[in-house]
Write a protein that binds this ligand. Structure first.
Ligand SMILES: NC(=O)c1ccc[n+]([C@@H]2O[C@H](COP(=O)([O-])OP(=O)(O)OC[C@H]3O[C@@H](n4cnc5c(N)ncnc54)[C@H](OP(=O)(O)O)[C@@H]3O)[C@@H](O)[C@H]2O)c1
Length: 264
């Protein structure tokens, strides 16, 4: 008989990049609440240290660094091993690209965005997957899980987010490609596509056009559930996908968008 749902996250260890705020931190909160440990990555030491303290020093190790640094993934994997003695996967979030229209985005902006939005998640995923597939884990199984934060721009273009519209569909395809490469090594790779989740980044984007309240009301009117998502709602889905409870889900891109993606 099938038993109750158990996320089986107790004592598992995950790298959470972009972990000091927003979607990354919300996921870290749920992971820790479910018994997991996290290595949190972010650039701003003070914010990162405070976030790790909120999660409890026994549960969270802060690792200050910039994901555009090619050495950071290796440091993160080594930190997980040194502090917690194992690694089970990664939740990969990072800062989003600046707003711009397709018609006025410069070559330089495209190159910068490739270096900050596309390559760092791919590099971290590769390094973590290599590590997960490369040896016997203390728990005796290879059931690693990697989750990359994308955007609903993978389904259709978002107004004034040309860099996301151009790069994230490619990253979504890399999620599927990595899932093919690593599946037989027991490593699942998935993507998660937030719509409008109430984080600092979304508030900043809304404030660009004048009244953030008016922008929010207008956007909420186009979401079937009629509201922005709470970071915890994102964090719960991310945690499920990272957990062994999602053991037959790989190469999927899961929207967390209140139903907004498929309405016109
Ligand atoms: N919120 C949404 O509804 C939504 C929707 C679609 C897509 N997304 C995407 O999801 C991602 C996260 O969004 P969010 O709302 O959580 O953003 P956020 O609130 O701005 O948080 C971003 C996090 O990433 C860290 N970070 C940024 N750049 C970094 C870098 N180069 N190296 C290491 N850490 C870095 C930030 O800390 P530091 O600044 O201290 O480094 C922070 O912890 C973004 O890529 C965004 O475009 C979000």
């Amino acid at each position: 008989m099938i038993g109750p749902m158990d996320l089986q996250l107790n004592e598992r260890v995950f790298i959470v990049s972009g972990g000091s705020r927003g979607l990354g931190f919300a996921t870290a909160e749920v992971l820790v609440a479910e018994g997991a440990k996290v290595v949190l990555i972010g650039r701003t030491e003070a914010t990162l240290t405070a976030a790790a303290a909120d999660l409890g020093h026994d549960n969270a190790l802060p690792l200050t660094g910039d994901l555009t640094d090619p050495d950071l993934p290796g440091r993160a994997v080594a930190s997980a091993a040194a502090r917690f003695g194992r690694l089970d996967g990664a939740m990969i979030s990072t800062g989003g690209p600046p707003a711009s229209r397709a018609s006025d985005t410069s070559d330089e902006a495209w190159r910068d965005a490739f270096e900050s939005v596309f390559l760092p998640p791919l590099r971290l995923a590769r390094t973590v997957a290599d590590n997960l597939a490369g040896g016997d884990t203390p728990q005796g199984t290879r059931d690693g899980s990697i989750l990359i934060v994308l955007s609903t721009s993978v389904y259709r273009p978002l107004t004034s987010l040309a860099l996301s519209n151009g790069l994230r569909p490619g990253l979504a395809n890399m999620v599927r490609d990595l899932a093919m490469d690593w599946g037989t090594h027991g490593v699942r790779v998935n993507g998660i596509a937030p719509g409008r989740i109430a984080t600092d980044r979304v508030f900043a984007l809304d404030a660009r056009s004048g009244s953030p309240e008016a922008v929010r009301r207008k956007r909420e009117a186009r979401i079937p559930l009629g509201r922005y998502g709470d970071p915890a709602e994102f964090g719960r889905m991310a945690t499920f996908l990272l957990s062994p409870a999602a053991s037959y889900i790989s190469g999927a891109i899961v929207p967390v968008d209140g139903g907004a993606t498929y309405i016109d």
